[in-house]
Ligand binder design. Structure first.
Ligand code: FE2
Ligand code: FE2
Length: 199
């Protein structure tokens, strides 16, 4: 067993407010997606439980954890430092909870995606995006696509995220471009235009 109920409750006790509710929603969505697409339900649940464990931390605390666990922030992450919570949460999952490498990797890429994601990576990214408390333009098409095709759903999420970043004049992490391009190269086709983008 990856995580006893006692450990699960201990992890949840480190979360509060919206983050607590979001994490429970993410855990449910990850289990549902793992069942639907043939993933490991237990690993999906454990990764979801830990994916935002460091999200509440300040910039100084994120950088402290980076230093402690040998994470070297890239140029984008130095500016958009909140992105670092994926990598620092992955380090906590590994060092404090003994998570296996595939779970660590899925947590590490949940904020940006990356090229050639595993099924577990995809489940966590998508669960984070579509879980039941999410309520933003574009979440419904993503939920609809996620009923039948995880890659089409992911491509929609990446396009939507990229459009959002462009429209707000934000930096784009190269891993998000790589994630999106990898799906296109595999022949995944977009089913819906990005919400509000006109494309
Ligand atoms: Fe996150
Ligand atoms: Fe999250």
């Amino acid at each position: 067993m990856l995580c006893t109920e006692l450990e699960r409750q201990s992890i949840l006790s480190r979360l509060s407010g919206y983050r607590y509710t979001h994490t429970l929603g993410c855990e449910r969505a990850a289990k549902m997606l793992a069942e639907r697409f043939g993933g490991d339900v237990e690993k999906a649940a454990f990764a979801a439980l830990l994916h935002d464990i460091t999200k509440r931390l300040s910039k100084e605390e994120q950088l402290y954890l980076c230093d402690k666990y040998g994470i070297i922030p890239c140029d984008i992450e130095k500016i958009e430092w909140k992105m670092l919570h994926g990598k620092t949460a992955a380090a906590i999952a590994q060092h404090e909870y003994g998570a296996p490498q595939d779970i660590v990797d899925a947590i590490a890429c949940h904020t940006t995606g990356k090229a050639d994601m595993t099924l577990l990576d995809k489940i966590i990214y998508l669960a984070d995006y579509i879980e039941e408390t999410r309520d933003f333009d574009g979440v419904e098409p993503a939920r609809e696509l996620a009923k039948t095709d995880i890659d089409e759903a992911l491509l929609y999420c990446f396009d939507q995220s990229l459009y959002d970043l462009l429209s707000r004049g934000k930096l784009i992490h190269p891993d998000t471009m790589a994630a999106r391009n990898a799906l296109i190269r595999q022949g995944v086709q977009r089913k819906f235009g990005a919400e509000g983008s006109g494309v």
